[in-house]
Every structure is written in structure tokens, then in C-alpha cells.
Design a binder for this molecule. Structure first.
Ligand code: ZN
Length: 634
């Protein structure tokens, strides 16, 4: 019906389409959520029966030529100029997304476009499968007990279990990250670290089992992405990726990363020197790639003699939650009140949010603890988004989900500092969704926000977990009821920035490699490795051995959605640190700053580009200085 509209306008077309979308999202978000948090055979089969229909529906929607033409008609009509800037943006966003989906191409080009898309999706799966198979294809079987020296008990126990399962004697270590990484951190036997490093860093390459070599896949993916970009009239794939991001051009991204690299490098050199000074104690003359995690861990233990468990005793759930609610009350004037509601589990709580004048503006479910049949990790999801159809405003509802360890017996639960950070992070996403003022459905809350900007509100909240004023009032020792001592908190801060020069430089290396790789296409099959060597020579402090085949298992860009987008991690950190530093200049608990942040950023959703919102808040474009300061790099 919507397709056949001869004279489409905002009310008879866009609103109707949004209404359909809202209805479906509302129904599906509940099933999707329950399937994730109380998975059962019934729910799973119901979910699986429907998920293909939903995927098919959205993919048909994005390929619907008639809907595209209707949006185009509105854009060209007299009405367009009279629409609010928010609604104009919605129409422009739609047109761009249709364009990137290949709509509007000639029939012939459309066929090629579809073929490329199908091939890319197959190649991505193959890429990921190869990594998985190569990972599973290897294990390290330790027979001599002395070779376990340095390893923590949990790792040894897991390795024993694995050996028993495989009917082998001794202990088995694998290339799965939870086995590999701690091995590299703790194993005293340098030769074994070297073998494991070699196996790990050559996975899915010609240096391992050739069956799983990803070289061809990488070259094919790069070629097809370049063809795709050309077909859509872009210079290269990086332009395609940036079309929907906050960063405006590849050069802007490169400048940003170069600056970060320049600033971080001296600190990385210093970090490396710290390790060197330490290395001789372990009989290491020249630090190799397989020594870095090991020496870091040793140095860290020497400097910061505290355990996670020591910190955990200071963060009871009731204090943390009330501290969080008080914080957002001070900043935004909102009140959060627990309400009775039916939920899917007895541990789940339901809250109401009221604004300054005591008007209810939204609700959220808080589901904090890990349990059987609940998906791992932490996330915020939309249950209902804010919108106004037919003059009636519907308030938003969010799901906030974490997987913290549940309290034992009648005691309150206690959180690690990492868990407090996770809670604040997800709560930040939640506020972005819940405190929106936008009633146009497609861009309210986190909807329509650029991909590289959506972590701004969440990472912004994390900053408060490193602020003594805020943290102090959230602590109360399990036995003594005393607040956390300041010197323990100071240790926590220095541990946070431990070797941040090396860490930052490593992230920048990956990001710079990714963006450059997608800016220029070369038919030389070794180009992707040559480029990596070049980037490493230019910026890195730890140069891995020649055999390192990092690209062959760089899933983020070859199998995930991060191609020419890996920089987003650092980008969002820069934004949130920059915003937070503005609070620090005044007072981190300043209601005036809170109101400004809420008005210019939090409440705006995707109604305008994030750069505009950012500049409205700070009066200028983002700068890297605050992130450097917060990471101890200035
Ligand atoms: Zn997040």
C-alpha cells in the first residue's frame, strides 16, 4: 500500500512507514530480549522460526525500489524545504542508505552489485572459518611438570581437563584467547612462549596448515570492496565506510591517528625501556614479541601490589546503584524510583525516571546477574523508543543487562571496579536512549546516531568511575563499613594507565593499517603485508618477527563490520574524554554542565550529525589532548 502512494509526503508516507517499523520492533525486541536472557528450547525454536522472516523483511525493505522513489519524490518536492531539519535528515539518511544498498543503479550494475555482496558475505564466513579451524588445529601438549612454572592454578586445571578430554597425558594449551593470553603472561618457559606465539601469529597463513590460508580471501575481499566502491561512485572503500560515520574523510582519520601516534610514541618507548630494565632479571637480553606480555605482568605485580578481590570488598550493589542514581540526579535533575512490575526473573528490577518537574519520562529494566540460560556480556537494548504519532507521545523503555556474579546467600552483591565501569557504560547508553527529546521515531535516542559516535555517552559515563569525588561515596567495606582509602584508589588509577603508551600505539597501528588498506587498492597480492610492515616501521616500538601474519586473522576488518572503521574505538574515546574534560574544568558534578550535555548531546539522538552536537556543546571540534591526559600520555 505504501509503495503505491502516488503523491507521497511526510504524513502519508514516512510516518506510516515509521509506524510499521515501530510496531515490528516493539514486538520483536521482546522476543529477541527474552531469547537472550531466559533462553529455553521453546523460546529458541520460536525465535529461530521468526528470525529468518524478520531478516528477510528488512533486507527486502532496504532493496525496495518503490520506497526509494517515494523518498526521492519527497526530497524533490516543495514540501522538503518546509520540513524540520530533523525530518530532512531522516530523508537524506534514508536516501544514503538506499544508495549504499545499490538502489538506483542500472539493472546491469545492480546485478554485479548483488553478486559482489553475496561473494563478500561468503568470503567473510570463509575467512572466519579458517581462523577457527586453524585455531582448533593446534595444541601444545606439556608433559614435563617443570614447564608449567609460573602459570596460575586455574590455567593449569583447565589444561589438565583438556588433556583428559583428548585422552592425552600432561596438560594441553590451545590458541583460544582465554588459554593463549594468560599463557603468554605467566609462562616462565621462554621457548614455549615462543612456540605458542609463533603458532598464534601465523594462524590461517601459508606458514601454518595451507588448507586454512587466508591470503587469497584477503586479496579477494579487498578487490571486491574496491569494485563495490567504484560501482557506487566512490573513490575507494574507505569513502564508502565513512559515508555514514562522524569522521568526514580518510585524511581526517589519518591525521587524527598520526597525531595520536606521535604523542603516544615517546611513552611507548619509555614503557619499553621499563620492560628492558626489568628483562635481565629473567635472563632476557633482547625483548622479543613473546616476552612483552610476560614482562609487563611481572612489572605490574611489582609496582601495584593489590588484588581485584581487595577492591571488590568496597563496592556493595546498594551503594553503587544509589551512587549512580545520585550522580545522574545531580547532573540532569532526574529522579529514579524503583517500581513493581512483572519481569522474567526475580532478580530483575524495574525503574521509573522522572524529570525535574516530576513528570515520568521513561523506564528501564535492570538485569544485573549472570545465570544459566542468559547470554554473556553486558548491553543496553531498546524495548520501546520515544516517538509521537497522532499527537500522542510514547515514552522510551530500555533493557540494561549485565552478567555480574550474583550475591551469595542473603548478602548484598559486591562488584569489582571493572564491573562498576561496565554498569556505568551501559547506563550511559541507556541515558542516551531514555533522555531523548526527539519524537521522530527514526532518530530518537540512539537511533540514527553515527556508528563511530554512539559510544560517546557510554564512555563518558565511565570517566566518573575514575573520579575520587564520585567513587568515594559509592564505597563501603564489607566488614568494616569504611570508605575506600584514597591511596588504594590512587593505585587503581596508576594501574589503569600502566603501559598505556604501548597499548595506545598498538591500537593506532591497527587503525592506521586498516584505513590505509582501504584507501588504495593494489593488485599486488603481497600489498596487504607490505603495507603492514611499512606502518609498523613508521610508528611501532615493538616490531613483531617477520613471520607474524596479523592480517590473516584480523577478523574485525575482514569478517566483521569494521573495515575502514577500526579507528572508531579511539575516536569515541577522544570524544568522551574531551567532553568529560569540560566537566573537569568546572566541576564534574556541575548541574550546569550536565544540563548543557543533556541539551546538546544526550537528548538530540540522531536528529543532527554528532559533529554538530559536539560543537554545540564544546564550541569546537574534538581534540586528542584530553584523552592523552586521561591515559597518562601528557
Ligand atoms: Zn558500548
Amino acid at each position: 500500500m505504501l509503495e503505491k502512494n502516488a503523491t507521497p509526503n511526510w504524513d502519508n508516507f514516512v510516518t506510516k512507514l515509521e509506524e510499521c517499523d515501530e510496531k515490528l520492533s516493539r514486538a520483536w525486541s521482546q522476543i529477541n530480549h527474552l531469547n537472550a536472557v531466559i533462553n529455553s528450547p521453546d523460546l529458541r525454536s520460536e525465535y529461530n522460526n521468526n528470525v529468518t522472516k524478520i531478516t528477510k523483511y528488512y533486507s527486502e525493505l532496504s532493496q525496495n525500489e518503490k520506497l526509494f522513489l517515494n523518498f526521492k519524490k519527497i526530497k524533490q518536492s516543495k514540501e522538503f524545504k518546509k520540513l524540520s531539519s530533523t525530518r530532512q535528515k531522516i530523508i537524506n539518511d534514508e536516501l544514503l542508505s538506499f544508495k549504499l544498498g545499490g538502489i538506483g543503479l542500472s539493472e546491469n550494475k545492480k546485478k554485479i552489485f548483488k553478486k559482489i555482496k553475496v561473494s563478500l558475505s561468503k568470503l567473510s564466513s570463509k575467512f572466519e572459518e579458517n581462523i577457527l579451524d586453524a585455531t582448533n588445529n593446534y595444541y601444545l601438549n606439556i608433559i614435563d611438570k617443570n614447564d608449567l612454572s609460573g602459570l596460575p592454578d586455574f590455567l593449569i586445571n583447565d589444561a589438565k581437563k583438556r588433556a583428559v578430554e583428548k585422552k592425552k597425558s600432561g596438560w594441553i594449551f590451545t590458541l583460544d584467547y582465554p588459554s593463549y593470553f594468560p599463557f603468554m603472561q605467566y609462562a616462565d618457559n621462554r621457548k614455549l612462549r615462543e612456540s605458542l606465539y609463533h603458532a598464534y601469529s601465523t594462524r590461517a597463513s601459508e606458514l601454518g596448515d595451507k588448507k586454512f590460508d587466508n591470503k587469497k580471501n584477503i586479496n579477494e575481499i579487498l578487490k571486491l570492496k574496491h569494485q563495490l566502491a567504484k560501482l557506487l561512485d566512490y573513490k575507494n572503500y574507505s569513502e564508502v565506510s565513512l559515508a555514514t560515520k562522524m569522521a568526514s574523510s580518510s585524511n581526517e582519520v589519518i591525521n587524527f591517528l598520526d597525531k595520536l601516534a606521535k604523542k603516544a610514541r615517546p611513552y611507548a618507548v619509555k614503557d619499553m625501556n621499563d620492560l628492558k630494565k626489568h628483562a635481565h632479571k629473567f635472563g632476557i637480553k633482547r625483548i622479543e614479541a613473546w616476552d612483552v606480555s610476560y614482562l609487563s605482568e611481572k612489572l605490574k605485580n611489582e609496582i601495584f601490589n593489590f588484588q581485584d578481590s581487595e577492591i571488590k570488598q568496597f563496592f556493595p550493589k546498594k551503594k553503587v546503584i544509589s551512587g549512580l542514581f545520585q550522580l545522574v540526579h545531580k547532573l540532569y535533575g532526574i529522579s529514579i524510583i524503583k517500581k513493581k512490575a512483572d519481569t522474567w526473573h526475580k532478580d530483575v528490577e524495574f525503574y521509573e525516571i522522572k524529570d525535574k518537574v516530576k513528570k515520568v519520562i521513561g523506564h528501564f529494566y535492570l538485569d544485573l546477574f549472570a545465570r544459566e540460560n542468559k547470554r554473556g556480556g553486558a548491553w543496553m537494548d531498546e524495548c520501546i523508543s520515544k516517538y509521537k504519532f497522532n499527537d500522542e507521545i510514547s515514552n522510551p523503555i530500555a533493557y540494561l543487562t549485565c552478567n555480574f556474579s550474583s550475591p551469595s546467600g542473603n548478602k548484598d552483591a559486591y562488584f569489582t571496579h571493572d564491573e562498576v565501569i561496565t554498569l556505568f557504560h551501559e547506563f550511559g547508553h541507556g541515558l542516551h536512549h531514555l533522555l531523548t527529546d526527539i519524537t521522530d521515531y527514526s532518530v530518537s535516542g540512539i537511533r540514527g546516531v553515527e556508528w563511530d559516535a554512539v559510544e560517546l555517552p557510554s564512555q563518558f559515563m565511565e570517566n566518573f568511575c575514575w573520579d575520587w569525588q564520585v567513587i568515594k561515596s559509592m564505597t563501603e567495606h564489607e566488614h568494616t563499613n569504611k570508605q575506600m582509602p584514597k591511596n588504594l584508589f590512587d593505585k587503581l588509577i596508576s594501574a589503569k594507565n600502566f603501559q598505556s603508551g604501548l597499548q595506545t600505539l598498538r591500537q593506532v597501528e591497527f587503525a592506521l593499517y586498516d584505513i590505509k588498506l582501504h584507501m588504495k587498492y593494489s593488485s599486488n597480492p603481497n600489498y596487504y603485508m607490505n603495507l603492514l610492515h611499512k606502518v609498523r616501521r613508521e610508528i611501532s616500538v615493538v616490531i613483531p618477527p617477520k613471520s607474524n601474519r596479523f592480517p590473516n586473522n584480523f577478523s574485525h576488518i575482514f569478517a566483521g563490520g569494521y573495515a575502514a572503521g577500526y579507528f572508531s574505538y579511539k575516536w569515541a574515546e577522544v570524544l568522551s574524554a574531551d567532553v568529560f574534560s569540560e566537566f573537569e574544568k568546572h566541576n564534574v558534578l556541575s548541574p550546569k554542565m550536565g544540563a548543557k550535555f543533556k541539551n546538546e548531546i544526550l537528548s538530540r539522538g540522531g536528529s543532527r550529525p554528532m559533529m554538530k552536537s559536539f560543537i554545540a556543546f564544546l564550541g569546537r571540534k574534538p581534540k586528542i589532548d584530553s584523552l592523552l591526559k586521561h591515559s597518562g600520555l601528557s
